[in-house]
Design a binder for this molecule. Sequence first.
Ligand SMILES: [Zn+2]
Length: 403
Amino acid sequence: MSAFGVHEHSADEDLRTLFGQSSAVFATFTGPEHVVESASPAFLVAFGEDREPDFTALLDETYRSGESRTRRDVRVVLGAGPHEAFFDLTCEPRRDATGELLGVQVIGVETTQVRHAQRLTAEHRALLEQIARQAPLSEVLDGMARCIEELAPEELLVSVLLADPDGRHLRHGAAPSLPAFYNEAIDGIATGEGVGSCGTAAHRREQVIVTDIAADPFWDDFRDLAQQAGLGACWSTPILARDGGLLGTFAMYHRTARVPQDTDLALIRLFAGTAALAIERHHLDVARQAAEEQAEAAREALAEAVRAERELRADAERRADATAELAGQMRTAAAEQSGSPHPERCQLGGSTGCASPAEIKVADSWGDSAWGCAVHVEEVLIHVRSVFIASEELGGLGAYVNR
Ligand SMILES: [Zn+2]
């Protein structure tokens, strides 16, 4: 018992419930045609109408040999639907007081639930493995829904809706057997009191069993839709995270009005728990992927910043080198030209003039030359492409013009 007085069901317990109780069947037959003389009701339900070839063969064999025969897991198809039953059967000859063979009698134990529970256990394990492998959520939920629909003893339709992060709306998750128009109409419904079975279950965070959609006020707004889809009952269970947060809803629909049995409730608990694992795993995957993308974006931004900084520094270094080289050239020129006749003042000050002493002679490729101060010479050398320091060593401008 939990602190709230509600019995906590473990998955193991639920699986045990699903193994259920096996019922016994009994019947006596007369003559080589195996006419039924007496039979238990359970026998008539399973073997009453069209006799399975396997079963007829068993009766024939027993009658011919006069010896008892046992066969395990004889399969019987029930009614017109896809549902089946399995029996372990023991067939014995019946004789009168003189030892004359009258017919055969059959005693059997139904093994359907055991077989189904074994298959269910195997399917459940496969689902858990799929979740652990990080298969896409839609694939896991779809597979789960189909597995339950196949293994359930009666026709049912499974639906899983996924809660938005704020828990206010439910989105389509998986419902492979519900009609598309129904799934589209349900996609995005609000959670709230009286919004069908699922909206209400999500809102209340507790199981909502609607046994008869036709008569239930929760279905007032969806009754016509349910009728169009041929749905008679809907049992919905909230899928909750370990921290109690709403992950979605797990619903079983039935074609007709129906009240859940213990085995149904066990099946629901088992798979609502499995769906919770799958959805939580998915959320973790999504969060991790987002974090990885964010980290990658941050790494790229950082790399870009480092690249840009490196370029700026390289550029600054190139400029510094160029400036140092120019300064060196200007110093050399000033030293060389100091002995040459030159004007006293810098000629490169423009309209405002410059009072600094002329130190360096510059020339351009058209043959003009001028003397300037260090500041103005540097400025003109940097900004006017065709200007260079006039080198006395090379014979001045003449040497340049004539080369
Ligand atoms: Zn100047």
